[in-house]
Design a binder for this molecule. Structure first.
Ligand code: CS2
Length: 480
């Protein structure tokens, strides 16, 4: 007997107050539950209209369910399912960009939030500036109906400006350094190329609070969908699964102060997010990427599998020891406690977060996750061989062939170029030299300083394989 399809409850549906760009699993496991809880606690019309910038998949899955879905907390000792009803609808931007702009220009919408991943900002990761040669930006400069997230924000703000309305707050929830400042620079740069008066109005009136977001949320698989049906007795075509932990630190700087009461449900509203952001990007995302590249090369499928391997468990501790001197602890946080909590989170066996998933888009992730930390270590004269091995691991990964000679499906906006650059040299030293020349990833001032230590790491990695190299750097005499 098949289980009945999940449907929305009879609870009154909130009016839309937020348009969310990039309705992936993370948004539905993090932003939507937080906002739903804030409305339950303190009221307010903060229903979320989701916008998919690419595919119709989520819209098609959620429409028959009245936009409701299941969020499952996966703890080491059991799981817990809840229905999330914060969504008021889902639009698919390529099908109807006009409808997306109309929704964003509606005065009832006071926040446009984003989880579009690093590459969705169409910027140069090494500089943080808009890349005007990005094909989507080139398109959006010429056409009033945009395709990129920055394009939608600018064209929607133009509509509001023309109509004499207040702007919305742009709430970025992506893992980028000083993400509020970064998105403001990108949006105002794009606006200035279209209409300088619009750019001035945005600078004067719009708000771009920085945020630190944190909840490990692997992509949902068909096995997960079957598990959720067994758990809840309902068929849900698009559930999300996530760890118990969550942390949202938000700079309290919204247009007219308008926002859901997120502080009532555990978000931290602060004056300055920078220290939280740096800590999370460097200590969590930096080691996540490290375990992703070196774990994948060492034959591990998930992060939990990787840290169950004692060589990697010891290596990640070594990485934290290299990273912590380059991190300023936020108020009331002890970095050693933060690292210990991360180790426990990574080990959660219920979370099957694939190394391959985290390895995606490394060209967009490396600068803020690893290269800032490496620069700080070099400036202070501290050797950082563990971090250099991670850079070498990324270089080996983007070469596209694993240690057993099998192809790797490298997902990265620069994948084809990275592969060609890697193939242009035959030796590890040659590959390191060639890849350090990719200026979107390696700032020109940093590249020459990385050459010797990353070459040394690469020679070890190519000669001995990832697992033995990790064991060696972790101080374990044998990889057995
Ligand atoms: C991960 C993040 O996929 C990745 O690159 O490092 O998505 C990570 O799981 C989240 O930032 C945790 O909050």
């Amino acid at each position: 007997m098949t289980a009945p399809r999940l449907t929305r409850s009879n609870a009154p549906r909130p009016a839309t107050g937020i348009v969310h760009l990039g309705l992936g699993a993370f948004a539905r496991a993090f932003v939507c539950p937080f906002v739903a809880e804030a409305m339950a606690a303190s009221g307010g019309d903060w229903g979320i209209l989701g916008v998919s910038l690419q595919s119709a998949r989520t819209r098609d899955a959620l429409a028959p369910q009245g936009w409701a879905y299941t969020a499952v907390t996966l703890g080491p000792d059991g799981s817990d399912a809840r229905m999330i009803e914060a969504l008021t609808g889902v639009l698919v931007a390529p099908e109807d960009p006009q409808a997306v702009l109309a929704a964003m220009a509606d005065p009832a919408v006071r926040i446009v939030s984003l989880t579009v991943t690093e590459k969705g900002y169409c910027h140069n990761p090494a500089t943080g500036l808009l890349n005007p040669d990005h094909p989507d930006i080139a398109h959006d400069l010429m056409h009033p109906l945009p395709v990129s997230a920055p394009g939608f924000i600018v064209r929607a703000l133009a509509l509001r400006h023309r109509a004499g309305l207040a702007p919305f707050t742009v709430l970025t929830c992506d893992n980028l350094p000083e993400n509020g400042r970064l998105v403001r620079a990108i949006v105002t740069d794009l606006a200035r190329r279209i209409d300088p008066a619009l750019a001035d109005w945005i600078v004067a009136n719009c708000r771009f609070p920085a945020t630190m977001v944190d909840r490990i949320t692997p992509a949902t698989t068909s096995a997960d969908i079957a598990m959720v049906e067994r758990l809840t007795g309902h068929q849900d075509a698009a559930p999300v699964l996530h760890e118990p932990f969550r942390q949202w630190v938000i700079e309290d700087d919204f247009v007219a102060g308008a926002r859901p009461d997120l502080g009532a449900v555990g978000a931290q509203l602060v004056g300055d997010v920078t220290a939280f952001e740096h800590m999370k990007l460097r200590m969590l995302n930096g080691t996540h990427s490290a375990l992703a590249y070196l774990g994948y090369l060492g034959g591990h499928e998930t992060i939990a599998d990787t840290v169950a391997d004692p060589a990697y468990a010891a290596f990640v501790q070594r990485l934290w020891a290299e990273i912590m001197p380059a991190v300023t602890a936020p108020p009331a946080v002890r970095l050693t406690d933060y690292a210990a909590a991360l180790a426990t989170r990574y080990a959660n066996p219920a979370i099957r977060h694939r190394t391959w998933q985290i390895a995606m888009d490394g060209s967009q992730k490396l600068p803020q996750r690893l290269l800032g930390t490496l620069t700080a270590a070099l400036d202070a004269g501290r050797p950082a061989p563990g971090l250099c091995l991670v850079v070498a691991g990324w270089m080996r990964y983007v070469g596209g062939i694993d240690e057993a000679g099998r192809p790797i499906e490298v997902k990265d906006p620069l994948a084809a170029r990275l592969r060609a650059v890697s193939d242009s040299a035959a030796t590890p030293a040659g590959k390191v030299a060639a890849l350090l020349g990719v200026t979107e990833v390696f700032p020109t001032a940093l590249a020459p300083r990385l050459r010797a230590p990353v070459t040394q790491a690469a020679e070890l990695l190519w000669a001995q394989g990832a697992r033995a190299a990790v064991a060696r750097l972790a101080g374990q005499s044998s990889a057995a």
